[in-house]
Ligand binder design. Sequence first.
Ligand SMILES: Nc1ncnc2c1ncn2[C@@H]1O[C@H](COP(=O)(O)OP(=O)(O)OP(=O)(O)O)[C@@H](O)[C@H]1O
Ligand SMILES: [Mg+2]
Length: 417
Amino acid sequence: MTEENYRVLDRDSLPDYLAGIPAVVEVLGEGADLEILEIGDGNLNFVYRVNNASDANRSVIVKQAVPYLRMVGEEWPLSRDRMTYEIRALTLYNEVVPDLVPTIFHADEDMSVLIMQCLSDHIILRLGMIDGVVYPKVATDIGNFMADTLFKTSHWSMGSLERRELMDRFTMNAELCKLTEEFIFTFPYMEHDSNYSNPATDAWAKEHVHTDTQYKLDVLAFKDLFVSKPDALLHADLHSGSLMVNQDESYVIDMEFAYFGPFGFDVGKVISNFLLCCTSHFHRAGGAEYREWLLEQIPVIWNTFESRFLELWKAADDSAMLIDGLLTADEAERLRQEFMTNLLRESAGFAACSMARRTLGIAGVADVRDIEDLDVRSKLEIANLKLSKRLMAERNTLSSIDDMLAIIRDFYSSPVL
Ligand SMILES: Nc1ncnc2c1ncn2[C@@H]1O[C@H](COP(=O)(O)OP(=O)(O)OP(=O)(O)O)[C@@H](O)[C@H]1O
Ligand SMILES: [Mg+2]
């Protein structure tokens, strides 16, 4: 990534820039008048939808990182390296799970620009779930996405050298890893200026989070895993705002946090987003029926993930971990079972961290934070914190996803509002 080849694009400079990229011209049409709309609702980057003015179906998405946090401005510098990792991860995902990610038309690490397929018939999963929409395929798509991307970039699948070479291409996503270390695993569990504030929630957190030694040490153990356990290439920001869906398809976007970390981080984050939404529907219009749908998706996600992961494992040739002749069939079966139980427990712990961070930390989820009534909102927030603590405390009792679901159902059987 060089400085001399970088410039920030805007609506005025985009047409000329795009005209120089044949793959993009092919989509938009030679010499076409362009409509350019800034659609980024995110915090970090500039995202534009560009389409042929006389044929809106001919469209692309242009995403560019600037060397600061978009929502704050230049006074909060943030290396644009993040786009290098998003480009690299999306390139790899296009090989591993091409039906579950946008196609890349052009990527330029020097310009920190990614130009990709526009998902014009899809919406952000979070928004759909807030509205109580059922998506029949999303849980299996997420399960398959995680199984393929995590298994195939792990030492259970890859040879030792090729995996280290791949890791090397992701090790320096340092600033975004540091954001996660601080904003998911540290600040929400203490008094910190960056934290969100809602009086009743603050009071509860002071008494039941900041002073709960065991919980804080457990969270720290998960931070340790995040920092030191490079199982596989993670998406590392796999929440319901990073999925675009409709009734038939699901696409994963926004992989700028990608790095080598623990398997359970992606799995736990996904599960926590279904739970955060479930809690919100004690107030939102979806009610009991939609809450039930959300809860039912959790075993579908896990079971799809587990069976696809094990299918890939059983079909794998020699890898850094698995050498023919070392284990008997029974030993291999035992290894896989113990592995999956540990992964389930790890996922429960990361789900717990994610729920707390989305409640107490700076970056909340619209599912809860957009509820205007502060009293209602704090009741939902406290429920999310209680569920986080329960998942964390009971994670090591889990032997199956049904065990996890039983804890969650038991939790929700007490009044939330
Ligand atoms: N390929 C795409 N097709 C259609 N819309 C897209 C696509 N990629 C992104 N978007 C839209 O742009 C928004 C912002 O994209 P994205 O989340 O990648 O940006 P970001 O700056 O990294 O945001 P965040 O602060 O969430 O990290 C998405 O929420 C979505 O609405
Ligand atoms: Mg992002």
